[in-house]
Ligand binder design. Structure first.
Ligand SMILES: Cc1cc2nc3c(=O)[nH]c(=O)nc-3n(C[C@H](O)[C@H](O)[C@H](O)COP(=O)(O)OP(=O)(O)OC[C@H]3O[C@@H](n4cnc5c(N)ncnc54)[C@H](O)[C@@H]3O)c2cc1C
Length: 405
């Protein structure tokens, strides 16, 4: 029997973890693996808020994908997938076609900026840390704010799912402004669709709500919950519940959708462009297709007055990719694999310190009472994790234990 052809689309946490894990499970004689990614570099996305604050440059949190992949005999195609034909089992890019027996979709998100007029930065006056170009643009906006201080709104639009970084941006900006002696000139407001602080799309966790309430209050950051942002202009953020909040720098995270090429491929996604999967991260209908990470469709934990969607963190993405790779390799051997509920550990930067949060499983009810801890040591751990992850990943390895995120 010839080698099985595996195509992976996406070169971030989901795609790279899937590639490394598949290489661990399957020899090059057994599997011919091709990774298609539109960027030629891996970027450590959780550090985008640090790029925005001027604490990191992109090159400090990136490495070229080709080196470690080629060393593992994974073919690397730097290209944008434009279509996936799940019937013919082909991934098309503008230039090439990649036939597959198995496919792993790890294409992450598209910012659905059409959801709220004014979401930006490239569609409107708002700012966002959700991608590398957006984080760099936000860094420039923050430099302008330091030169000409004024009121700021940090928040999330209705339907957002990536809310942890919104808290990070608020705390980090507060910290930066204090260090520059400018905080008294910048009224800050935190606007969230969450029904209470720390809900984060997962129904809250332990005492994170109390921790975040106290932390925003002690830093004089005003906040409102269950807020539906309806429009962002150059001077203000408009909401359904109150008069516009003045803001010269509005950092508002959008709701997410699946990337265009995946969303437009017939039979692959739900209406939002996310891929429906079972417990093994196999597509519910399309043969041989897996999906991991932000590309996956995961339902919200429940109804909230303003919609908030389920989070998909880096740590969760890594677990999905490991489970999918193990399942794919086991299927080739005619075996099945057990699956596991997703847990999450994350470290939320609060400027001068950080909060550590561990939930198991992510979706309540939970067997374990979540761990919530705060201190400077967690900030040091977050920085150490970034260095460790990049160091391991650029050498073709993954961090042995998830101690950070
Ligand atoms: C600002 C921010 C901060 C975060 N902080 C944390 C944190 O502290 N801890 C944590 O656990 N998680 C954090 N997350 C979440 C974490 O970054 C994501 O869970 C993770 O990046 C998801 O990985 P992914 O591989 O699914 O998708 P992504 O990281 O979005 O990567 C998608 C990949 O697909 C490629 N791609 C997309 N479309 C195509 C196409 N058509 N053709 C080819 N390639 C394509 C892209 O180039 C990219 O390589 C944060 C997210 C953001 C945005």
């Amino acid at each position: 029997m010839g080698a099985v052809r595996i195509a992976i689309v996406g070169g971030s946490f989901g795609g790279l973890t899937a590639a490394y894990e598949l290489c661990r499970h399957l020899s090059p004689e057994r599997a011919e693996i091709t990774l298609v990614a539109k960027d030629d570099e891996f970027r450590f996305v959780p550090s985008f808020p640090w790029v925005a604050m001027g604490r990191r440059r992109l090159e400090q949190i990136s490495f070229p994908l080709a080196g470690p992949l080629v060393a593992k005999k994974v073919r690397f195609a730097r290209a944008t997938a434009t279509h996936i034909d799940t019937g013919a089992k082909v991934v098309s890019t503008g230039a090439d076609e990649h036939p597959y027996d198995f496919l792993v979709v790890a294409t992450g998100h598209r910012s659905a900026n059409e959801a709220v007029p004014g979401l930006g930065p490239f569609d409107g006056p708002g700012h966002s840390p959700m991608s590398a170009p957006e984080a760099e643009e936000l860094a420039r906006a923050i430099q302008r704010l330091l030169a000409e201080p004024g009121p700021v709104v940090v928040g999330a639009a209705p339907g957002a799912s990536c809310i942890g970084p919104v808290y990070e941006v608020a705390f980090e900006l507060d910290h930066l402004l204090r260090r520059r002696g400018l905080r008294h000139q910048v009224p800050m407001t935190f606007l969230t669709p969450e029904p209470y602080l720390g809900h984060m799309g997962m129904g809250g966790a332990g005492t994170i709500r109390q921790l975040l309430e106290g932390a925003l209050e002690e830093r004089d950051i005003g906040y409102r919950t269950s807020v539906a942002i309806t429009r962002i202009t150059d001077e203000a953020v408009e909401t359904a519940d109150a008069a516009p909040t003045p803001s010269v720098c509005s950092i508002v995270v959008p709701p997410l959708a699946g990337v265009e090429a995946v969303a437009a491929s017939e039979g692959l996604t739900n209406p939002k462009g996310f891929v429906p999967v079972d417990d093994h991260y196999r597509h519910l209908h399309a043969d041989g297709v897996y999906a991991v990470g932000v590309a996956v469709a995961l339902p919200p934990v429940g109804e909230t007055p303003v919609p908030v969607n389920f989070p998909k963190t880096g740590h969760m993405t890594e677990q999905m990719a490991r489970l999918a790779a193990a399942d794919l390799a086991a299927r080739l051997g005619g075996r099945g694999t057990p699956t596991a509920e997703l847990s999450a550990r994350c470290i939320l930067d609060m400027g001068d310190r950080a909060a550590y949060l561990a939930v198991d499983p992510v979706r309540p009810p939970r067997n374990r009472i979540p761990t919530v801890s705060e201190g400077r040591r967690w900030l040091l751990a977050k920085m150490a994790f970034e260095r460790a992850y990049l160091g391991f990943a650029r050498r073709g390895q993954l961090v042995p234990t998830a101690f950070g995120w």
